[in-house]
Design a protein around this ligand. Structure first.
Ligand SMILES: *[C@@H]1O[C@H](CO)[C@@H](O)[C@H](O)[C@H]1NC(C)=O
Ligand SMILES: *[C@@H]1O[C@H](CO)[C@@H](O)[C@H](O)[C@H]1NC(C)=O
Ligand SMILES: *[C@@H]1O[C@H](CO)[C@@H](O)[C@H](O)[C@H]1NC(C)=O
Ligand SMILES: *[C@@H]1O[C@H](CO)[C@@H](O)[C@H](O)[C@H]1NC(C)=O
Ligand SMILES: *[C@@H]1O[C@H](CO)[C@@H](O)[C@H](O)[C@H]1NC(C)=O
Ligand SMILES: *[C@@H]1O[C@H](CO)[C@@H](O)[C@H](O)[C@H]1NC(C)=O
Length: 467
């Protein structure tokens, strides 16, 4: 059963492929570059019963018209027609030597031209089966000539800031056509232009346009040409000439009387380099104590009021002259060097320390309050002192009477938990000695309680609460 089915399938396949027994086998497409050689295959499949091959004809088929290329006849031999005579040969020697075996009439097509691009038909004339033919499409590629050029070896940056083409990338006479792209950090733009040639090739040209400037000097510009699956890159580095960029250095705003060894330097960035530096003083002539050394002005001796003025440096290179100037003033005394940041730093420290103490005191007060409510004491008075950065508190003697708060009373509001209004530190500095009882001069908890020595600490708290 299975065997039978297989035989049927094979028979069916052969029938479909070969029709009534004969076929012409060819590649459907073929390609080659201009100047190269291609093989156009043509095989006659002659099955049982075999037919007689009367003639094989190769034809070029273009634009609806057919043109004979080569003819092989078993009795008359081989003929390659004029426009192809030098470039087309049958691959099999047997065909060339008039042997009547024309099963393989593959041709070798050499030195390809663009005009060879066409469909090629291989036609078998047989007896008694009639004609059998097939077709191959031949594509001819042309490798483009790719080239990148700088517009000029050196580009001059003009003050008018006009855009100009600095480089051109060309991919000439390519088939299929190439694609040009640019890779650079320059902020320019590219223009593209393509020309269709009559022979089917395309020339692609791209210009890179940029405003030449100091910033574009030494920038790399890369052209990337993609032809089929090939990438061709070419790079240039721009050489831009520009006027000097001038900056006078040396005046720090602190030229005071009798200061020694001051100088001014004319620093420039220029391409080509600066050849001439010229110094002058606006509204006057240069002081006699000055010495010009290349691009520097060296002031000999001490600073005097005569040095004040506007100093001008003219720097010249092959492109032009640019000017830099600095206004020099002379003060009697050196400038105060105290930066205001120092004071701010000290203030910040004070604030931080104050806050720390305030928090500590508040925490302690909360604790005291709770204790007090438990022991039913109505004594609010607490002494606070700061000794070596630690908060020391001392409750007053139990028989003391709480005085009304005085204007100098230090009140620290707890900022962390504002929902609790009881969190207050009351430390009236001058009220403690007026409690009637004599406070201990040297209490066990600390060296002092609100004694003059502790004023600094208290003031610290006061300061922090007011800030
Ligand atoms: C193909 O035919 C068209 C019109 O018939 C003609 O314009 C064109 O030039 C022909 N091309 C070639 C390659 O012969
Ligand atoms: C080959 O070329 C012919 C005519 O130019 C066209 O009709 C056909 O589709 C092409 N075949 C292939 C496989 O490109
Ligand atoms: C195609 O034509 C262009 C322009 O006429 C020519 O420069 C080029 O060499 C030609 N290419 C080929 C492969 O003939
Ligand atoms: C001196 O020059 C410096 C820097 O230019 C400037 O900051 C300062 O105000 C000037 N002083 C006087 C008195 O003109
Ligand atoms: C300095 O020179 C400028 C221009 O050269 C002029 O306008 C100005 O009046 C002069 N000042 C003095 C004080 O000479
Ligand atoms: C001036 O410049 C030249 C070259 O630029 C250098 O050789 C020379 O030492 C410089 N002179 C001084 C005084 O700096």
């Amino acid at each position: 059963m299975t065997m039978l089915a297989s035989v049927w399938i094979v028979l069916l396949a052969v029938n479909i492929q070969a029709g009534d027994g004969q076929s012409v086998q060819m590649d459907s497409i073929k390609s080659g570059f201009v100047g190269s050689q291609v093989e156009l295959r043509c095989i006659f499949v002659n099955s049982n019963p075999p037919v007689k091959i009367s003639q094989v004809t190769w034809q070029k088929f273009l634009n609806g018209t057919k043109q004979n290329v080569a003819i092989a006849n078993p009795s008359l031999g081989v003929s390659v027609l004029p426009p192809f005579k030098e470039r087309v040969t049958f691959k099999q020697a047997a065909v060339r030597h008039r042997t009547p075996s024309l099963e393989d009439t593959t041709i070798m097509f050499s030195n390809l031209r663009l005009s060879d691009e066409a469909a090629y038909i291989c036609e078998y004339t047989t007896f008694p089966a009639g004609n059998r033919e097939n077709m191959v499409n031949l594509t001819v590629f042309a490798r483009p000539l790719t080239r990148m050029t700088l517009t000029t070896p050196t580009i001059v940056a003009r003050p008018q800031k006009r855009k100009m083409t600095v480089a051109t990338c060309l991919s000439a006479n390519g088939k299929p056509q190439s694609v040009i792209k640019w890779d650079t950090r320059l902020k320019g733009e590219a223009t593209f232009q393509e020309t269709q040639n009559s022979n089917g090739t395309v020339t692609v040209r791209s210009n890179y346009v940029v405003v030449p400037s100091r910033e574009t000097h030494k920038q790399k510009l890369t052209c990337i040409v993609t032809y089929r699956n090939e990438r061709i890159t070419d790079s240039v580095v721009l050489n831009v000439q520009y006027e000097p960029e001038v900056k006078i250095e040396g005046f720090d705003g602190n030229w005071y009387l009798n200061r020694q060894d001051v100088s001014l330097t004319c620093n420039t960035d220029a391409n080509p380099p600066v050849t001439v530096y010229q110094w002058k003083l606006l509204n006057g002539s240069l002081p006699s104590t000055v010495e010009i050394r290349n691009n520097s002005l060296i002031f000999k001796g001490a600073v005097t009021y005569e040095l004040a003025g506007t100093y001008v440096c003219d720097a010249t290179n092959g492109i032009g002259t640019r000017t830099g100037l600095v206004e020099v003033n002379v003060t009697e005394k050196p400038m105060a060097r105290g930066p205001p940041g120092g004071i701010l730093g000290v203030l910040g420290g004070v604030v931080a320390a104050g806050l720390l103490i305030a928090v500590a005191v508040t925490v302690f007060m909360v604790y005291r309050r709770q204790q007090k409510t438990r022991t039913e004491t109505d004594n609010d008075l607490i002494a606070v002192a700061v000794v070596d950065g630690t908060v020391v508190t001392q409750p007053p003697p139990s028989d003391s009477v709480a005085p009304p708060p005085e204007p100098d009373t230090v009140v620290t509001q707890a900022t962390e938990k504002p929902e609790s209004p009881t969190r207050k530190v009351m430390a009236p500095a001058p009220s403690l000695p007026s409690t009637g009882t004599t406070p201990p001069r040297s209490p066990p908890l600390g060296p002092c309680i609100l004694l003059p020595a502790c004023n600094g600490g208290l003031k610290l708290i006061y300061l922090s609460t007011r800030l």
